[in-house]
Design a protein around this ligand. Structure first.
Ligand SMILES: [Mn+2]
Length: 365
């Protein structure tokens, strides 16, 4: 039996634009420890080989320490490691794959033709190919068929399965079924896919190892797999991200916003980045986002609060009053009813709150 670790899309040295400069620098520093952390996992799980399916670096101009640090980590694994460069980290003479000294156990595919490396001790052949430019419009798997030689055949590729536009190594399910591979280890899609079968070939995307924004939510990690001598594959998803991005919507109607929010949160959030949207109805004072943020921010790695609440119906009810307040509410009610979208309604809601606060000589939140 062969035990393998399959990971992809590290995107090391990503800019993390949405974070504070301090947090962004911290996350880039942390991300450089990924190789060492993965090595620990590979050793602890007794992996026989490691498949890395591209986009390990976010760009071709990464800091020099980043690939050096990754090379050191992968060297510590002590087992064969195969890298198939992707569109962000395509192989070229200037790429870190060519300019950094990679340890002997690391094999980087360099050409846009499938190469095959035999591992006789494991009765296994590992196939792979590289992006050599930011785009690869023809499929690298096209025409490939592993020989029926009794060996276990694995492949690592950065690829897009049945894409609408063929820019990133388009691969068809028919080609996967015809490949004769036991496992096709893919990279490129940042959400982990379920293991899928085409013919006798299992394939999967492990997704990225760390989310980088609110479009990459929840657990991120890698696949750990086994292949039997008969080429039967099992896969286990291993959550591995240091920080998760989560979006939470909390209805604060008739509740203290802080209590409603705390009730909706899981226990451990200190390592995670949260976007919390408050919805529902509030009185004319609305929600004090700044105060909420002050008391809660320590519970998160980063917190972003958004106010999507509406003013309660009984606030509008006073539009009937024959007073400045009534006149003000009547005018805004007309604007609210005529609003074309949520954004406009939010603006009117804000105007109601500010206006009523001014009329009552209250401080606005
Ligand atoms: Mn990619």
């Amino acid at each position: 039996m062969i035990r393998f670790l399959h990971a992809a899309d590290f995107h090391l040295d990503s800019a993390f634009h949405a974070l504070s400069p301090q947090r962004a620098a911290e996350r880039r520093r942390e991300s450089r420890e990924l190789g060492a952390r993965l090595a620990e996992e590979a050793l602890r799980r007794d992996a026989d080989l490691v498949l890395l399916s591209g986009d390990l670096f976010d760009g071709t101009d990464s800091f020099r320490e980043t690939p050096e640090e990754l090379a050191r980590g992968l060297g510590r694994m002590g087992v064969p490691v195969f890298i198939a460069p992707g569109n962000h980290d395509f192989y070229s003479p200037d790429s870190p794959y060519a300019t950094v000294a990679w340890p002997e156990n690391v094999y980087v595919f360099q050409s846009s033709h499938v190469e095959s490396i035999d591992l006789p001790d494991l009765n296994c052949t590992v196939h792979g190919a590289a992006f050599t430019a930011p785009e690869q419009t023809t499929g690298l798997l096209t025409g490939f068929a592993a020989p029926a030689d009794g060996r276990v055949h694995l492949m690592t590729l950065h690829a897009d399965v049945e894409p609408s536009v063929p820019r990133y190594n388009p691969v068809t399910k028919t080609e996967i079924a015809a490949s004769g591979l036991a496992y096709l280890a893919l990279g490129h899609v940042h959400a982990a896919s379920e293991p899928q079968k085409c013919g006798k070939t299992l394939w999967a995307y492990p997704g990225c190892t760390e989310g980088r924004g609110f479009d990459e939510l929840g657990d991120k990690g890698f696949y750990f797999g086994t292949v039997s001598d008969e080429s039967a594959v099992t896969l286990e998803f291993v959550p591995f991200a240091r920080h998760r991005y989560e979006i939470l919507t909390v209805d604060v109607t008739d509740q203290d916003p802080r209590e409603a929010l705390e009730a909706a949160l899981p226990k451990w959030t200190t390592d995670d980045l949260y976007r919390i949207l408050l919805t529902g109805e509030t009185d004319e004072r609305g929600v004090d986002l700044t105060a909420l943020e002050t008391v809660l921010s320590g519970r998160f790695y980063a917190l972003e609060l958004r106010d999507g609440t509406r003013v309660r119906q009984d606030v509008w009810a006073r539009a009937e009053e024959d007073s400045l307040r009534g006149e003000f509410l009547r005018r805004l009610r007309r604007q609210y009813d005529a609003a074309k979208d949520d954004g406009e309604r939010e603006n009117v809601t804000r105007a109601v709150r500010f206006g009523l606060a001014a009329l009552d000589h209250r401080d606005i939140l």
